[in-house]
Design a protein around this ligand. Sequence first.
Ligand SMILES: Nc1ncnc2c1ncn2[C@@H]1O[C@H](COP(=O)(O)OP(=O)(O)O)[C@@H](O)[C@H]1O
Ligand SMILES: [Mg+2]
Length: 291
Amino acid sequence: MSVPIITGRAIVKSFGGRSWFGGADTSKRAVDTIDLDVNEGETLAIVGESGSGKSTLARMLLGLVKPTSGEIAYYGQAMSGFSAPDWAKFRKSVQPIFQDPASSLNPRMRVDTTLANVLRRHKLATAATMDSAIGELLASVGLDATQFHDRYPHQLSGGQQQRIAIARAMAVRPKLIIADEPLSSLDMSVQAQILDLLVSLKTSRNLGLVLISHDLNVVDAIADRVIVMYLGKVVEAGPTRQVLGNPASDYTRSLLAAKLVADPRLARERRLAMEAAMGKHPQSTIQGASP
Ligand SMILES: Nc1ncnc2c1ncn2[C@@H]1O[C@H](COP(=O)(O)OP(=O)(O)O)[C@@H](O)[C@H]1O
Ligand SMILES: [Mg+2]
């Protein structure tokens, strides 16, 4: 029995807009009519190359960006009709983790202050219990409180910063984590550790996890279901084993093939060939550097 936490129906996000005086419509759909469900306790991966609309979709699911059209609901309640208390509850239950932990942490705030602010705001600790609550949180992300509580973000490695960002997200006991490329800014050697941490927290707390990643090995290892996006649309969706093991679309097959292409020039050639095969206009799809 899967209980949906978030349901999205025909979600669209356009950027730019129709110019005045009847000019051409210059708007561009970053997310183009997407349906999705995110279920309790499930890991849903969203994959697709840079510019396919993954982050825009994530921001809408987090309530940070309003859809141009369509509807997103949280436990069946439309977000467009949220009251202030609804938003407060939602903001607590659905937590983001971003790619760059340094920019998601306040550089002038010590680790313990960052965590204390969250715990206090949500009344999860009192002055008397604060130190032990912070200690527990740090321990839950594999950091020793005595060593780390008084550090500032710049005194931490990228992996440690991401652990703090995860601790902050976990502090409010969320139902769902939405992680947008949470490993991409980290050293290879650290990526597996942070992934392990996310997966073990997710499992022990029965969280839902939306994982945006371009690393199909990671997706293969941890996701229950996969959504493949291309130019704002869902190309393919289904159980991980099915989508990655026996992809129905050429696009997914090409993403899988790209796992093996380390040379960026080859990757670009492959992409051009793929876009030609899909009948897309290259200029409209080619993004700059890799994510
Ligand atoms: N704030 C914005 N203003 C204009 N265009 C945007 C904005 N955010 C994203 N886009 C465009 O929307 C498309 C999807 O971007 P994004 O959601 O960041 O994709 P991804 O995360 O898959 O790389 C891209 O073409 C991007 O340039
Ligand atoms: Mg992105």
